[in-house]
Structure formats: C-alpha cells, structure tokens
Design a protein around this ligand. Structure first.
Ligand code: SF4
Length: 416
C-alpha cells in the first residue's frame, strides 16, 4: 500500500476487554479505550449496533490519520517495536489482511466512517481464571481480584473485576451483536481469564458452532494449559481452524512460581493432549512466553524443554514483553546478569541448533527476543532491581513462596 503507517485493524478489527470496554486492537494501552461523545468508555454490551463503535469519532480519526501518513498516538507500541526490531503486530496483520484493507480503505468517507465489516475480533471474554500469575491483573484473573479485595484495593461489588458471566450471556443474546459480527468474521481470538474455564466462552462457542458461517471462521484460544477443553471438542469440528496458544513462561518450580496456582505436571500432560490434537490438520499449537525478569532468568531451561519436544515449529516460543507491573520489566535486572543470560541463550542456540535450521525458521521470534534484551540493556538496567526484589518478596510473604529457592542465581552477590 502507498501509505507510510497503515494498519488493517482500525478498518476491519475490534477488541473487547473483559469489562466489555472496546479498543481498536489488543496492542494498545488501557488509556486508549474508545469513548462515547461524553467521554465515557463505550461498552460492547451496551451499544445498539457495531457501527456505534466502528464509526465512533475516535476510530474515524485514527483511520484518517493513517491515511494521511500520520502515526496515531495509540499505535506507538507497534511503531516503537518496528524501530527496534523491524517487526510488529501491524506488520503481521498487514500480511494477513492486506486484501481486505485494500478493498475497504478506498471506500472510506471524508469524515473517516466506513461500512462495518469486522474480520478480526479479539474478545477477552471475562476474568474467570484458576491462576494468579505474578504479571497479571484483576481485570484478567478473579483470583487476583480476590487477593486485591483482601488488601482493600478493589471493592467486592466492583462489576469490572467480579464479572457476572450469566448476565453477559443474556446481554449477548439480547443485543444480537454477535450475529452482527458473524456476518463477515474470519478470525476470532479469545483470551481471558482462562477461556476453557469460562461458562461464557462455552456459551459463545456453542452458539457460534450452530451459525451457518462457522466453517469460515478460525478460532484462536490463549490458554494457560492447566485445563483441556474436552467440553468443546465436538463444537470445534464446525469451525474452519482452531489454534491453541499455550502460555508457558518457564518450567517446573519457576513455572509454578510465576503462574501461581499451576501444577507443572498437569500443564505438561495437557500440552501432550494439545500436541496430539494438533496432528490433525484443522488444529494448530503454539507456545507463547511472557518475557519478564523472572522468565528471562529461566529461559534457557524453557528452551531445553521446548527443544526436547522435537517439533521444529515449537522449538522457540513467541515472546511478548511483560507490560505491567513495570517492576517485572527486563531492565530491572542488573546489566551483568542481562549480559550473562544473553550469552547463555546465544550459546544454547549455537550448541543445540548446529545447522542453524531452527534459528532460521524462528528468526522473527529470536530477533524479537534479543531486541527486548538489548532494549533492556540500554534502559538503565538494574536501577529498579530493589523494587523488583521488594515486589517479589511482598508477594512471596502473602503466598508462602520463596524467590530465593526458585531463582538462587539472583541472590548470589546480593545482601539478604
Ligand atoms: S498499528 Fe499496532 S497498535 Fe495500531 S491498530 Fe495496528 S496493531 Fe494495533
């Protein structure tokens, strides 16, 4: 396309958070949620039709900015990622949806409005989850909401964190928005909470499976792999394709420490089941790793595990940087430690992938990994190390965990 920074998402995409607030895609921050004319967040379950969202003033402006070669403020994450690594979700979406974008962009009205044709829908359906991962938030896990409630940080009746999934299902039935979406949808990405524990997700998938367009729709689930979706296997058969993105940040004790509440042996068993299912052409499996200071420290062990699966496609996970809390960013680690881990990872690749074929296949993931480490090395590494230790210690005390036991490397030269 002739534009400097255009992305399909403001034209054919929509992202809905667990509190039903909406944004143009899942890569922008909470402060860029779409608002109504009075400045209040628009909620998916409250609008009468999708056009109210797609042709909101905010989205009209984003589209016009992109078509006049400006970079919208909300898209800084993609822009920065392209500067540092040459990759971004925008580039991925362009690869996938450029034909749709080329079709729809010329039909844009002078005020930025368009005919609604949602192709890609991200739905963070609710926050039902069995884990309380260290880098998570009450918005995505009711377990953390309960922890925060005990600390007086959230109210027990706050509908943003204590979501009534039955009410949600009824609202979706009533307002018919899902039907609206299914008219053009080609891809639905479902995140939670843990989607396979959510009664709301079960309701949605069973409803969608009966739709005449189900066989044209691909579903992707982001799962913590602590559970296996036996209850949805029959419904999955109706869809075009099913992809499972298993969130695995580390192995063994460190996995249980980071993703608090999980049992590593259960995760491994479920991963085997997902692997078995993914042998069928309709199914796909990927491993995704949230790169935090914790997971970076155990990354070589995780790579040993993914290489041991002996499936080239899964040998190197897709890496996503931790966004919050900032006390878990990679640059909290001291420079020497970051350098040491970087060297260990390089050495691991060199000695375990002698012909370089895995590195070639996963060059995008590897360059993102090293670019995240290099960015951390340039951003005052170690300055917030104490904050990181204090944050971890505070959680350890509440949860009866011990960072010293799972990450002894960190304490080698540190005062206790
Ligand atoms: S450029 Fe990036 S942040 Fe902006 S809409 Fe596209 S994917 Fe989202």
């Amino acid at each position: 396309m002739k534009y400097k920074f255009v992305c399909p998402m403001p034209f054919i995409g929509l992202s809905v958070e667990s509190d039903q607030s909406v944004r143009l895609c899942c890569h922008i921050s909470q402060r860029d949620m779409i608002k109504d004319t009075s400045g209040k967040p628009l909620r998916f379950t409250q609008v009468k039709n999708i056009s109210e969202i797609i042709n909101s003033n905010y989205l009209k402006q984003v589209r016009l900015e992109m078509l006049s070669n400006k970079i919208p403020a909300a898209c800084q994450n993609c822009h920065q990622s392209e500067i540092s690594s040459g990759h971004s979700p925008r580039i991925e979406y362009l690869r996938e949806f450029h034909t749709d974008l080329e079709k729809i962009a010329p039909t844009i009205q002078p005020d930025g409005s368009i005919e609604v044709e949602i192709k890609h829908f991200h739905y963070s359906t609710d926050n039902i989850c069995n884990l309380a991962c260290r880098m998570c938030h009450p918005r995505y896990s009711v377990k953390i909401a309960h922890e925060w409630e005990k600390l007086g940080l959230v109210r027990p009746d706050d509908p943003e964190f204590f979501i009534d999934t039955k009410k949600l299902s009824l609202l979706v039935e009533e307002n018919g928005l899902l039907e609206n979406l299914l008219d053009h949808l080609s891809e639905m990405k479902i995140t939670g909470g843990e989607p396979f524990l959510s009664p709301y997700v079960e309701f949605l998938i069973k409803k969608m499976a009966k739709h005449p367009r189900a066989s044209e729709i691909e579903l992707s689930f982001y799962t913590n792999a602590t559970t296996y979706p036996n209850h949805l296997l029959e419904d999955f058969k109706q869809f075009k394709k099913i992809s499972f993105f298993c969130s695995i940040d580390a192995v063994e004790e460190l996995a249980e420490y980071i993703r608090y509440g999980c049992d590593w042996n259960e995760v491994k068993k479920n991963l085997d089941k997902f692997l078995e299912l993914s042998k069928q052409p309709k199914y796909d499996l990927k491993i995704v790793t949230t790169l935090s200071a914790y997971s970076l420290l155990g990354l070589v062990n995780l790579l040993k595990f993914t290489f041991s699966l002996k499936i080239a496609e899964l040998a190197i996970p897709e890496f996503n940087p931790v966004f919050a809390p900032a006390t878990l960013n990679l640059n909290v680690l001291p420079k020497e430690l970051l350098m040491k881990i970087k060297n260990e990872i390089t050495h691991f690749f060199e000695s375990n992938d002698l012909d370089g074929s895995i590195r070639k296949r996963h060059s995008v993931h590897i360059s993102k990994l090293f670019s995240l480490i290099d960015t951390a090395l340039k951003a005052n590494p170690g300055e917030k190390f104490l904050d990181f230790l204090l944050f971890s210690k505070k959680l350890d005390q509440k949860r009866g965990d011990s960072m010293k036991d799972v990450l002894p490397l960190l304490f080698k030269d540190q005062p206790s």
